[in-house]
Design a protein around this ligand. Structure first.
Ligand code: ZN
Length: 279
């Protein structure tokens, strides 16, 4: 979209750049989502992830347009599952938050990737490295206009300190990062209060913007505002239960009804408890 300022009160908006396709690649591991947006002028990849064959598949899809337009690769945060496929997007223009870049300097995400490959005897496809970041998001609500595509970034530091979401106003698409999953309860890797504030921020974004598609980091996408609002309420309710030191039975019952009947969620809950009572 291009906007031309022609006076105090008027702008002419011309839409040249049309989204051709938005494809979500979902890994079989943890149902982790990678979105690819294909435009005439560029391609945008968000969180290329998991197994080498899956990452190759994403790259093949990106390449099949054969049009040599630039590739932008956005990383919602530096958890290793969200950056693990970056090695096939070395030629892309990397975008991430300032805090994401700082986490990369700690080398923890890289050793997590190495550990994952070693654990499952996966032939490491390349030297493990942190993605190259060319555009750093420094403020929440920062907007970029790249090759005619507008995008707005929001800081959501509850899950991890570097978490961001990105909203595409023309396309009415919101890519959330690790929030509002239908299969995983909130995972508070940074701070309990900031997690609550991040949920409130997401609620504000959802209430104030038209949306056709909302993509969580893991699980099923949402196509209705009402479902996203329901997931926010559910996650806020979980935070209350967590804070009230509820009995394990009550927690399991809540998980079974609201996420998935997966006993592993209790492990995330115990990590959240540790985090909450340490802070
Ligand atoms: Zn994740």
């Amino acid at each position: 979209m291009n906007s031309f300022y022609i006076g105090k009160y008027f702008t002419i908006t011309l839409s040249y750049f049309m989204l051709r396709e938005h494809k979500i690649f979902q890994s079989e591991l943890y149902q982790t989502n990678c979105s690819v947006l294909v435009y005439d002028e560029c391609k945008i990849v968000i969180d290329p992830n998991w197994l080498p064959s899956e990452v190759k598949n994403i790259r093949t899809f990106v390449d099949q347009t054969h049009d040599n337009t630039p590739i932008f690769c956005i990383y919602t945060h530096a958890d290793y599952d969200h950056i693990i496929g970056s090695y096939l997007f070395d030629d892309a223009i990397g975008i991430a938050s300032q805090q994401c870049v700082s986490r990369g300097k700690s080398s923890v995400p890289q050793s997590d990737i190495q550990d994952f490959y070693n654990t499952f005897y996966i032939n490491i496809p390349t030297a493990v490295d942190f993605p190259k970041i060319d555009i750093i998001i420094k403020n929440s609500e920062q907007t970029l206009l790249l090759e005619g595509v507008q995008m707005q970034f929001y800081f959501l530091p509850g899950h991890t300190i570097d978490s961001i979401s990105v909203y595409f106003p023309e396309e009415e698409i919101l890519i959330l990062g690790d929030y509002l999953s239908d299969i995983e309860c909130p995972w508070i890797d940074n701070n309990f209060e900031l997690y609550r504030m991040s949920l409130m921020e997401i609620e504000k974004i959802i209430l104030n913007h038209p949306l056709k598609c909302i993509v969580p980091g893991h699980g099923r996408k949402m196509t209705h505002q009402s479902e996203a609002l329901w997931r926010i309420e559910r996650d806020l309710q979980y935070l209350e239960i967590l804070e009230s030191k509820a009995e394990p039975d009550e927690i399991v019952d809540f998980f079974n009804k609201n996420y998935s009947p997966n006993p592993k969620l209790l492990e995330i809950h115990h990590l959240n408890e540790k985090k909450l009572y340490k802070n």
